[in-house]
Write a protein that binds this ligand. Structure first.
Ligand SMILES: Nc1ccn([C@H]2C[C@H](O)[C@@H](COP(=O)(O)OP(=O)(O)OP(=O)(O)O)O2)c(=O)n1
Length: 403
């Protein structure tokens, strides 16, 4: 083997950390469109931010391609296309498909312990040796969820949103549906993110309890770790909603409809009161959600993601779909800080469907699924990188002015 071939071993199952994502990008497994090289700040502790491409297609309806490519589907469903190179406004409740600048060249299904990929980048060859298949999972970024912008990734011949099978080679497309506010988007904006999985393994409920005993995952409002016997686990760790505070304090926000558009380039810019109605704590700690309105709340518990783990918030299913919580799911390693930092609240994005729905303080709202990282990420959320939501209480997206 020539001296300029770098061997990269993927051994344990789990989510690939930033240092491995960088290598896979160099090896050509994560690629980007010509003229748009990957940027260093796209790399997060265990995900990579994806960027909007140059065009948006307004389509009649959402779809999954099944046995067609996304382009074939667009030929049938696209009503018009717009360039977003210099920015364009996407209107609420319209469905847009935006090809992303990144694409994937995931190695094909082959038997384990073989060289999966061998490509070169500026003279260095990378030989990625893996025991498991590589697949990918996408999710909206937290800021996207907080703006009530619904997004999901679609790939050619796929029958599921957000999940990209091993062996997938091709473009990634983002379905974008602004719900409450019109948004102004531009090529290069980052609405969603992608994780790469080496094999697939999640922490069992027993693993969650065991981890929490030595490396707490949830804290009570008084800063103490939640006693292990009080944790609610069932295929993940449950979190509840906070509606309790001193009378007059804000415990949530409801999106106002028919507002001005939000330019995603403008950070710490918009007045909260123009876009949101505050929800104040009441003495009886409950609230009736108005059908189809969009709300932001915070979790009652403060959570913390140890550096060897990655987490994803899973929408809570009430059984018949009247309540949908959460749109943005990934929690980075390091979110919530070290044990002494006592965690940070998660943001819960909530919409009630069809009927007015009563919610009460402490009501179960979502669950967290934990996956191990294959290695501890070189940088974690918070201290090491520019992070907007570390140590957060109830917090709107970064486009709204801090008080
Ligand atoms: N429903 C959610 C989803 C995520 N988070 C937290 C956990 C994440 O580690 C953190 C940042 O998430 P993203 O990387 O998705 O967010 P942004 O890129 O928008 O923010 P940042 O600029 O801080 O990376 O927000 C949250 O509190 N509530």
């Amino acid at each position: 083997m020539s001296s300029d071939t770098q061997e990269v071993y993927l051994r344990t199952k789990g989510i690939l950390p930033v240092q491995k994502l960088r290598v896979l990008a160099k090896a050509g497994i994560i690629k980007s469109e010509e003229g748009y090289p990957l940027q260093e700040d796209q790399f997060q502790p265990n995900s990579i931010d994806l960027r909007l491409g140059e065009k948006a297609y307004r389509v009649r309806c959402s779809f999954l391609p099944e046995d067609e490519t996304v382009d074939e589907k667009l030929d049938k469903l696209s009503q018009y296309e717009i360039s977003i190179r210099d920015g364009a406004i996407l209107e609420p409740n319209c469905v847009y498909i935006i090809p992303l600048l990144e694409e994937l060249q995931l190695p094909s299904h082959i038997s384990p312990q073989k060289t999966l990929f061998n490509d070169s980048d500026e003279g260095t060859s990378y030989r990625v040796i893996s025991g498991e298949h590589l697949s990918a999972k996408a999710n909206p970024k937290s800021t996207t969820g907080r703006l009530d912008v619904f997004t999901r990734v679609i790939t050619d011949h796929s029958h599921r949103f957000e999940e990209i099978r091993s062996g997938y080679k091709g473009k990634l497309y983002l379905e974008v549906v602004p719900k409450s506010f019109p948004i102004r988007v531009k090529t290069g904006h980052r609405l969603n993110q992608l994780r790469l999985r080496h094999g697939y393994t999640v922490l069992s409920d027993q693993d969650i309890l065991r981890t929490h005993s030595s490396n707490p995952l949830l804290f009570k409002e008084d800063g103490r770790a939640v006693p292990v016997d009080d944790l609610k686990v069932s295929d993940g760790l449950f979190l509840s909603v906070n509606l309790h505070d001193q009378k007059g304090k804000v415990v949530g926000y409801k999106a106002k409809k028919h507002r001005n558009y939000i330019d995603l380039d403008k950070i710490n810019y918009y007045d909260v009161s123009e876009f949101w109605e505050p929800i104040y704590a009441q003495h009886d700690d409950h609230l009736i959600l108005e059908p189809e309105a969009f709300y932001i709340f915070a979790s009652k518990e403060r959570c913390r993601i140890p550096e060897h783990l990655a987490a994803e918030m899973i929408a809570y299913d009430t059984g018949s779909g009247e309540l949908r919580t959460h749109y943005a799911g990934f929690f980075d390693s390091g979110f919530g800080g070290r044990i002494k930092d006592q965690g940070a609240r998660a943001v819960l994005e909530v919409r009630s469907h069809d009927v007015p729905f009563l919610i009460e303080d402490g009501q179960t709202f979502c669950s967290m699924k934990f996956e191990p990282n294959t290695e501890v990420p070189e940088t974690i959320y918070g201290d090491d990188i520019k992070s907007n939501y570390q140590g957060q209480e109830l917090k709107l997206g970064k486009h709204f002015k801090e008080k």
